[in-house]
Design a protein around this ligand. Structure first.
Ligand SMILES: Cc1ncc(COP(=O)(O)O)c(C=O)c1O
Length: 438
């Protein structure tokens, strides 16, 4: 459904002349009239080229945690850049960021920084392979861990009819250009399924270097792990000598200062961060215990990059984490997110629409279903995504309320969202429901 105004559409046509499909990520393309364009952003709002304001619940798909153009973060960056930005040498801000992560996240002793979540999951998997001397990794269906060939298998946009049965999942290749031989290095498993995982590990647990998991399905409606599931992963990885990697690119510094490690009280061996770590600046991190992290080094496991630990990104992360440490961020997100979750639940109940609300206030999903889905397979098969998309598109077009229309992607909250924003959003949601069922 089109929602670009005249000037926004003209701008997008210009972009399409020189950028394939007018976007710098396949995920961003949503048709010639339905792809968002942004002219300006501040706090919890976006503005398009026609001057229309949107309450932004996409927040760049998660990174914006303090609001757009945050003055504290931008102030730190402005202060820093006058002293140079890129040295191929250790500088103050990267040390501060590592120190803050070690302080804020339970059981992280050392940190290496890079620029994107994809780089971090790639380095984390290599670290696990180097540490264990094993090649195979196990990943879960519906989990997205970035753009590289190790992990671009059976993510949330995979095809349900091409993944085999639950006991014998087949890895769905998410892109042309991934060498077929990579398939032999990754084993797929349904998420949240203790039985299937237990059987798989019993069969070949001793060949697996790493189990990589999103502790909350960040690209799957914010589905939560069932009680005891993450503990089971920890126990099984210990039993077979497997490195457990939590990919906290979406949950880290978003669902709590200490992310999923703190929220669920389970400690993986390595954790990857990006997104909220820098409030939108390109910065990412791998953290873990000293013994495993010290496997990085010349002659051991390679990690690096020209821009890793650069001043711009690390100054932004330094300020973002400092602000979080002040304790002001999470209570506001909790308050507004809870108001939205409860309000949407109440509206859907009132209209007699079966549903569940998944996730936590900082990232939650709405799912129209009779039964609680437990994994990506259930999400694909049980839920009425078309009606939800109709509701979201109506909110977008008529009210400038911008959750991702595709309900697989959760609503994201930032500390600049207000109770007034939530009240307007709920009103729009209700109107959206009326429109969708009329
Ligand atoms: C859980 C998770 N891991 C990794 C990535 C990849 O991060 P990036 O897009 O910064 O490369 C993403 C991106 O959305 C993600 O959601």
């Amino acid at each position: 459904m089109p929602f670009q105004g005249q000037k926004s559409h003209e701008f997008f046509k210009r972009a399409q002349q020189v950028i394939p499909l007018g976007v710098n990520s396949n995920f961003r393309y949503n048709g010639d009239y339905g792809t968002p364009v942004v002219a300006d952003a501040k706090d919890g709002y976006l503005y398009d080229f026609d001057g229309k304001r949107y309450i932004d619940y996409r927040l760049g798909w998660g990174p914006i945690i303090l609001g757009h153009a945050d003055p504290f973060v931008n102030g730190r960056v402005k202060e820093a850049i006058d002293h140079g930005i890129s040295f191929a040498a250790t500088q103050e801000y990267e040390v501060r960021v590592a120190e803050r992560i070690v302080e804020m996240v339970p059981d992280i002793e050392m940190v290496r920084l890079s620029n994107t979540g994809s780089e971090c999951t790639m380095h984390a998997i290599r670290l696990a392979r180097g540490y264990t001397g094993r090649d195979l990794i196990l990943k879960f269906e519906g989990c997205y861990h970035g753009a590289h060939d190790y992990v671009l298998w059976s993510t949330a946009s995979g095809k349900i009819d091409e993944v085999g049965d639950r006991q014998h999942p087949r890895a769905y290749k998410q892109s042309l250009g991934i060498p077929e031989v990579m398939r032999s290095l990754v084993q797929l498993c349904p998420w949240n399924d203790v039985e299937v995982l237990g059987e798989m590990l019993q069969e070949n647990g001793e060949q697996i270097a790493a189990v990589i998991v999103e502790p909350i399905l960040g690209n799957g409606n914010g589905l939560l792990p069932q009680p005891g599931y993450l503990e089971f992963l920890r126990e099984q990885c210990d039993q077979y000598g497997i490195v457990l990697i939590f990919d906290e690119v979406k949950t880290g510094f978003r669902i709590a200062a200490g992310g999923a490690r703190e929220h669920f009280g389970v400690r993986p061996d390595i954790t990857t961060y990006a997104k909220a770590l820098g409030n939108g600046y390109p910065v990412a991190a791998i953290g873990g215990k000293k013994d495993i992290m010290m496997t990085f080094g010349p002659g051991k496991v390679f990690q690096g990059g020209t821009y890793t630990g650069n001043v711009v990104s690390t100054a932004a992360a330094d300020a973002t984490l400092e602000f979080m440490q002040s304790g002001k961020v999470f209570p506001q997100i909790e308050k507004v997110g809870t108001m939205l979750m409860q309000g949407i639940d109440e509206i859907l109940n009132r209209f007699g629409i079966p549903h569940v609300i998944n996730g936590v206030p900082a990232m939650f999903g709405v799912c129209l279903t009779e039964t609680q889905p437990k994994d990506w397979r259930d999400l694909c098969q049980m839920c009425d995504w078309d009606t939800l998309e109709k509701i979201h598109l109506y909110m977008l077009e008529k009210y400038g309320i911008f959750p991702e229309p595709d309900g697989f992607e959760p609503y994201f909250l930032c500390s600049d969202h207000t109770v007034e924003d939530a009240a307007v959003t709920l009103q729009a949601f209700e109107e959206g429901v009326k429109h969708a069922i009329s």
